[in-house]
Ligand binder design. Structure first.
Ligand code: AVI
Length: 325
């Protein structure tokens, strides 16, 4: 009942090492300094992110989970028997809510998780198989792009690709366009796309979510420097940087930065790179866009996805959209 395909060949991972080295050099030498949020997620970063999801100030995970609990049976009724594909499956916690709904309707259970971390994917696949005796799991280890290009026709009448957690918000508008081209190329007419997005809301709620009192988000952000030190033989001194997150109202996004506490020089020896920071200069490590529901539906429409149903919490702070090609 379990089949895991690794799409990351040795050549591809060497290519991706080179691409990442180039990417880091570019990001640290441009003004303002900017890196992709993917550098937040080494093993420790992934653990810290799981902790963030439990924080009292970090409402998105809790809110999305509650929405899914309310709407899962309706989703299962709307799609009928359906293969569930999940992008960035991680620990597959929210997947269980959907699997329960399909199981309650007596539908066959097919799950296709896609994740760059093979270890995490395998672990959660075994846990799911133990709890759902009729479940079949076909995991793909690789990037979204690699995995979406590899999807064969589903073993059930239809397929739904899920992209939850508002991970979409971590993509720039250009990356979002590219992402949706890959999604619509992977879906056949009539197939479904399930999207979770964080919505625009009062500033103090947003800023508190990214500046928690226990400092877990700060540790998550600073860990990026530790990750770079390890990967590229660097000498970032974590004491000399501070976490800075704020809501950019013009661009409707949280920006997470690391601010240099003084003027300093950092070396990444394996990249042969020396980086100068001025006192107060920042390195942007993440954007987290907050969306407007009507605009998102219009955007999805422009990409060929018709929204069938939208569910939100009562505020509304978060939304889950079911759309169809
Ligand atoms: C994964 N992603 C949707 C999270 C977010 O809220 O943008 C990552 C995160 N960054 C800081 N806290 C959580």
């Amino acid at each position: 009942r379990l089949w895991i395909e690794n799409l990351v060949s040795e050549t591809a991972s060497l290519e991706s090492e080179i691409a990442q080295a180039t990417d880091v050099i570019h990001g640290l030498t441009q003004t303002p300094k900017t890196l992709s949020p993917k550098y937040l997620y080494d093993d420790r970063g992934s653990v810290l992110f799981e902790q963030i999801c439990e924080l009292p100030e970090y409402y998105p995970t809790r809110t999305e989970t509650a929405i899914l609990k309310n709407c899962a049976s309706e989703i299962a009724r709307l799609t009928g028997p359906c293969e569930l594909v999940e992008l960035g499956s991680g620990s597959s916690t929210k997947t269980r809510i959907l699997l329960d709904a399909y199981q309650n309707l007596g539908h066959p259970l097919r799950y296709l998780p896609i994740d760059i971390s093979g270890g995490m994917l395998e672990k959660s696949a075994y846990e799911l198989l133990a709890d759902y005796p009729s479940l079949h799991v076909h995991g793909l280890v690789g990037t979204y792009e690699q995995a979406l290009a590899k999807l064969n026709p589903p073993p059930l009448p239809t397929r739904m690709i899920g992209f939850l957690g508002s991970t979409l918000g971590n993509l720039s508008p250009a990356e979002t366009d590219q992402f949706f081209s890959q999604i619509t190329a992977a879906l056949q007419p009539g197939e479904y796309f399930l999207l979770g997005i964080d919505l625009q809301k009062p500033l103090h709620i947003l800023e508190a979510a990214y500046n928690d009192a226990q400092g877990v988000t700060a540790a998550f952000n600073l860990n990026l420097l530790q990750h770079l030190n390890r990967r590229f033989d660097g000498n970032f001194n974590l004491q000399q940087f501070e976490h800075w997150a704020f809501y950019n109202q013009q661009d409707h996004r949280i920006e997470m930065h690391l601010k240099s506490r003084r003027s300093q020089t950092v070396q990444l020896r394996s990249l042969d790179l020396t980086v100068e920071f001025e006192a107060g200069e920042t390195l942007r490590t993440e954007i987290s866009r907050k969306f407007n529901l009507d605009q998102m539906q219009a955007y999805l429409k422009s990409k060929g996805l018709t929204t069938l149903q939208v569910w939100t919490d009562s505020h509304p702070w978060f939304a889950v959209l079911l759309s169809q090609v």
